[in-house]
Design a protein around this ligand. Sequence first.
Ligand code: EPU
Length: 419
Amino acid sequence: MEEVIRIEGGHPLNGTIKISGAKNATVALIPASVLGTQPITLSGIPNISDVASLKQCLEYLEVNVSSENNDEIFIDPSHMINKPLNIDAVSKLRASYYFMGALLGKYKHVEIKMPGGCNLGPRPIDLHLKGFEALGARIEYVNDSYIITADRLRGNRIYLDISSVGATINIIMAAVYTEGRTIIENAAREPEIIDIITLLNKMGANIKGAGTNVITIDGVTQLGGCFHEIIPDRSEAGTFMIIAAAMAGHVTLENVIPYHLDALMSKLKESGVHIDAKIDFVDIYSSNNLKAVDLKTAPYPGFATDLQAPLTALLTQAEGKSHITETIYPERFKHCEQLNKMKANTSIKIPTATIIGKTPLVGCDVTATDLRCGAGLVVAGLLAEGVTTIHDIYHIDRGYENLDGKLKEVGAKIWRETI
Ligand code: EPU
């Protein structure tokens, strides 16, 4: 028995879609919330399975987790116990590795299974580990688990060879209680990192430089509780922008920070999409005669790697030859094979995909090989003639809250079936 998403393509979309809180901020904010001893309330929590997996990790660590509203969670770590994190939930997502930084920072000791997550080609965590070592930790890898321990953690200057989102956040969390000052150079600048630093500073941390390449952490001795509202999800907003570019009508996206999506909006406009961005909402109008575009993914504020699969699906409808070059995950092109099953004309020469358009797409059985591939297949399914059946939709449910429900409300013919 398997649950699939089915889409009957070709129906125009009209109406308003509300964007949820950011997955990639939430999955770090939850582990960060246990760094102190007092309760934290996080608002704007997306209802996705990655959050459910992290809640299981918290409960296993005897952290009290409760919700009064659907999109709020209350995290009380006052009776927390630092146990080896070897439960299955850890392997269900990549971001469980944020417990490394959080537990090392709080207890100077952490044992955790290898994290899971989307298969996008190699995803090493050497920079996280080097950062922990620079703060004074020793690392062992025994029976598929990392054991990371420190007698004392001391501030240090850490240069990241690559501006890694995960390494930047993990090192910040490990460093909040260190003696002295930690400086992370070549730090990542993604909006989600600013959100984590905002939470930690509200809890009482002393972190400067959020949103720049140099982040300075002066160690503190205690952290308290607070209320924090999560930023909107720029990947979800970007996905719906692309969907609207493919199928509107007139679609309005609410709860968006358009500034976070400048790179995508500029490419969509270059391709001929009619978009109007205001302070916290965006209107997208029907767009015919799309033109091919070239782009390279890059760390923020460059074009987000997480949006290239959905955009690839849209570019099958653009006249001419588009090129997408991946500089973050050179092998992140599994969606192309699936799109070709739907009669797209894409080819890959790592690290570049070429998309020749415009080709009418035809519905068939396809597989979401990872989260953003799944989003790309939804874009394609909405465009295609006939019915598209998407398999392995658990990838989609890991990162998009109610994607099919939100689309149904604006006129898509999309439904789930158990087969
Ligand atoms: N890298 C290393 N060594 C490390 C860490 C990273 O070589 O120790 C390399 C990676 O292999 C990659 C590059 O550095 O080539 C950038 O990776 P980064 O660490 O920035 O990525 P991440 O933290 O693992 C987050 C998001 C991804 C998103 C990337 C890039 C989360 C939980 N994940 O991953 O999101 O693609 O940043 O923006 O925040 C998604 O949402 O679909 C997703 C995969």
